[in-house]
Every structure is written in structure tokens, then in C-alpha cells.
Design a protein around this ligand. Structure first.
Ligand code: ADP
Ligand code: ASP
Ligand code: MG
Length: 417
């Protein structure tokens, strides 16, 4: 007997038929003798619908008062519905099952409403309930904050709920069921020749997720890596008994380093800001970063233009697209203090990245990448690198082209599964 956490995303519980299908997949694990906790997302589209309701009202009445606590109580409701529905579907198959909301577990988080981090899941009644033969159907994405209110874990957060629960329950397996049959060399919706990877190292998956591959929430990979808990990503569209190996996200092994590049990711959630004619003095970048951090804006890629003879420079950096207005307002306020003449901004940019732990031991990746982009006339605006990734900022218009071209340049269609 094993203890298993199964997680089903929005498409996997999109309607009652899909929920019935999920109940069959769960039943198969129970019949195999396992103790099962199931984490569910809201039905696909539901969280977007709820967020849009909040945004519409918020924009009408924006007086600056924070509303994130109420946002959480609204957007978490989608998961309440699916957890109850799946519990009913399981009971209708003759299984013992009950739903659990975040506060009932309790899954405790910090007070960072709308992007809370999990603090602990301790002494939960879930474990004993599972040992009594009940399937635990858990509403993903939500927890209870220190202030006693409902919190949510950021978009895609049900993945993190599942991993955190698997760690807390000392589960033998954490299976993330989704609408693709594993982790691919790039988003299969963009490159038709993308290949499923049999295994991928935690570190690579962490980079891919944080660089835009939405298939797993970044925090879930971080949590799995820190607790050395392999995650299997597989499709929920398969029938019981089908061969469904998926992709194992796990510690790296030697074979993984043979692949120079494992995947290509892209993120359209970027915006670019350029400060023109900055006084090129020590501490100028620090002032910009201070203004951004005080406004609660995370700065990502930064590049400083070459100083000109008049001792002025240009500074370009990127921020999350949702933070652009906030960033521009904060910079205007600090204009004299920072000492620049003009601001330009562009939210029509995409960050495209290649990732692979093989980059540590292979050279030439940057050359291949820049040549491939140049061949197609794609202009690179900002570059950022780490030991296992290279990212470029390009005009959004070229997103699909850049992803496909890089996928080909690194021959990712030939990667064996
Ligand atoms: P869920 O609703 O199950 O959480 P998501 O929509 O969050 O599913 O994530 C699955 C989607 O992630 C896929 O449909 C796919 O388009 C996208 N995706 C992006 N990059 C990758 C990748 N490298 N491998 C697999 N899927 C990817
Ligand atoms: N329903 C939430 C979202 O759409 C959480 C999740 O699906 O993981 O972001
Ligand atoms: Mg998801």
C-alpha cells in the first residue's frame, strides 16, 4: 500500500464528464490498495472569470485601499465547487470520500494575500481520515492566512498545494495530472514537433517554470526539490489502464547532462522600461532598484547602455506586465532624485529562454542561440544569463517564430523521451 497525492488541473475537471472521469482514475488507485488524497483546481476558465469580476469592480472604485483579502475569498471559490463535486462523484462510485477546504486542513500561509506562501500543514486530520479509508478531496490554491482569512497561492497554485500536501503526508507519490502527457521540450501548443521528456532535473524544471512554462507553478518545483520529492506530470485524458508514463521531475543524473539544452520557455508577462539620459554616477542603479522595491515591483533583466561623452547613460530593465503602471508612477515621483530625463516603456515584449543543465559543461550555446535568432531577423533587446539558462527579450510579434527557431537550432525534436 502506498500513499498517493493526485492533482487535477482546470481542464481535467472542466465539466461533470471530466469530473466523472477523474473519479474513475482515483477509484483505480484506491482499488490498487492505495491511500489517496486528490487536489483539484477550479473548472477551467472559472478563476479567470472570478478575477475579471474583481478587476472590473476594482477599476471602477480604485481609491487605493488594498482588496487582496477579499480577492482571495472570491477567487478561491472555484476550487470549493470542484472539490465538493468530485467528492460526490466518488461517493456515487461507492467510495468513501470527503472534501477539504484550505482552512479545514488547515493549510497555513503567510499574510501575503493573492500570492501567499505556505508556512505549514501540521497535525492535520487528513492523514487519519485517509487511514480510515476516506479519499481526501482537497481544494487546491487556497489556505488560511495568519490573519484568519482565506489566502490563495498565486495563479497555478494548486500544483503547490499538491506538493505541500504530499510532503506533509509523507506521500510515496505526487502525480500531477494535466491536459498534456508530460513536460515537453517547449510548449507543445507552439511547436508541433516538441517532444515529451522522460525525466527532467528539478533545477531545469525550476528555470523553465520561472521563465514562463506554466505547466507547473514555480513554487511547487522549489518545494519538491527542497524535499527531494519526485513529481510525475501525466495526462488526465488517458483511460484507466492506459500506458501513461508522463515525465518524472527528479534529481539530475548523468544522462541529463548529455543534453545541452532541455527546453525552451517563453513569457509574455513582461514589460520593458527605459530611463533615458541618466546621470552616470555611482549609485544610480541602486536608486532605481530602491524606487522599484519600495513600490513592491520586482525588477528582472537589467541592462545599462554605454555611457556617452556627456556622462549620461540609458538604463533598460523589465518588470512584470501587471506592475508596469505602478513602476512608471513610482519612477515619475523619483525622477529628480534618480536624475533621468525621460522614460520609455513597452509592454509588447516577450522573454524567450533556453534552459539546460548541460550548459554547465558545454560551450557554444549563446552563439547557436544568437545566430539562430539573427538568421530570422529577430532583434534582441535585453539578455540575461545564469549557469543553466540564457534569456532574451524580443518583440512579442516574434514569439512563436523565436520559440520554433530555437527549438530547431538545438535539435530538440530529436531528444529521446
Ligand atoms: P492545469 O490546468 O492542468 O494546471 P496548465 O494550463 O496550468 O494545466 O498547464 C498545462 C499547459 O502548460 C499545457 O497545456 C501547455 O500548453 C503548457 N506548457 C507550457 N510549456 C510546457 C512544456 N514545456 N511542457 C508541457 N506543457 C507546457
Ligand atoms: N485555479 C487557480 C488558477 O487558475 C489555481 C490552479 O489552477 O492551479 O490559477
Ligand atoms: Mg496549472
Amino acid at each position: 500500500m502506498a500513499r498517493i497525492v493526485m492533482k487535477f488541473g482546470g481542464t481535467s475537471v472542466a465539466n461533470l464528464d471530466r469530473i466523472r472521469h477523474v473519479s474513475r482514475l482515483v477509484e483505480a488507485e484506491v482499488e490498487a490498495g492505495h491511500e489517496v488524497a486528490v487536489v483539484v483546481s477550479a473548472m477551467s476558465g472559472e478563476t479567470n472569470r472570478l478575477v475579471a469580476l474583481v478587476d472590473a469592480l476594482d477599476q471602477e472604485t480604485d481609491l487605493g485601499a488594498p482588496i487582496e483579502d477579499e480577492y482571495d475569498s472570491i477567487v478561491s471559490s472555484g476550487e470549493q465547487v470542484t472539490s465538493g463535486l468530485l467528492a460526490i462523484a466518488l461517493r456515487r462510485r461507492g467510495l468513501k470520500a470527503r472534501s477539504w477546504l484550505g482552512w479545514q486542513i488547515p493549510l497555513r500561509t503567510d499574510n501575503a494575500h493573492s500570492k501567499a506562501r505556505i508556512a505549514e500543514i501540521e497535525n492535520s486530520a487528513i492523514g487519519p481520515s485517509m487511514s480510515d479509508g476516506n479519499v481526501a478531496v482537497v481544494a487546491g490554491f487556497q489556505g488560511i492566512a495568519e490573519d484568519g482569512r482565506i489566502s490563495t497561492l498565486g495563479r497555478g497554485g494548486s500544483d503547490t498545494s499538491a506538493v505541500a500536501l504530499a510532503v506533509a503526508l509523507k506521500a510515496d507519490r505526487c502525480d500531477i495530472y494535466t491536459d498534456v502527457d508530460g513536460i515537453y521540450t517547449t510548449d507543445p501548443r507552439i511547436a508541433k514537433d516538441a517532444r515529451r521528456l522522460g525525466r527532467i532535473a528539478f533545477e531545469e524544471m525550476l528555470e523553465l517554470a520561472s521563465l514562463g512554462a506554466k505547466v507547473l507553478q514555480t513554487r511547487s518545483v522549489e518545494l519538491a526539490m527542497n524535499n527531494n520529492l519526485p513529481i510525475r506530470v501525466l495526462t488526465s485524458m488517458a483511460e484507466v489502464g492506459d500506458d501513461n508514463p508522463g515525465t518524472l521531475v527528479c534529481n539530475e543524473d548523468e544522462t541529463m547532462e548529455e543534453r545541452v539544452v532541455s527546453g525552451v520557455a517563453y513569457s509574455r508577462d513582461e514589460a520593458q522600461i527605459t530611463l533615458l539620459q541618466l546621470k552616470d554616477t555611482p549609485g544610480m542603479v541602486a536608486k532605481v532598484c530602491k524606487a522599484m522595491s519600495e513600490a513592491g515591483v520586482i525588477v528582472d533583466m537589467i541592462v545599462q547602455g554605454i555611457s556617452r561623452s556627456d556622462n549620461a547613460a540609458n538604463l533598460t530593465f523589465t518588470v512584470g506586465i501587471r506592475d508596469l503602471d505602478k513602476a512608471l508612477k513610482a519612477l515619475e515621483v523619483e525622477k529628480d532624485n534618480i536624475g533621468f530625463e525621460n522614460i520609455k516603456s513597452d509592454d509588447n515584449v516577450t522573454k524567450v529562454s533556453v534552459v539546460g543543465i548541460g550548459m554547465r559543461s558545454h560551450t557554444g550555446v549563446a552563439q547557436t542561440m544568437f545566430e539562430a535568432l539573427a538568421d530570422k531577423g529577430i532583434n534582441v533587446e535585453v539578455i540575461a544569463t545564469s549557469e543553466i539558462k540564457i534569456s532574451v527579450l524580443i518583440d512579442s510579434e516574434y514569439t512563436e517564430l523565436a520559440v520554433r527557431v530555437l527549438h530547431q537550432a538545438f535539435e530538440l525534436e530529436k531528444t529521446s523521451a
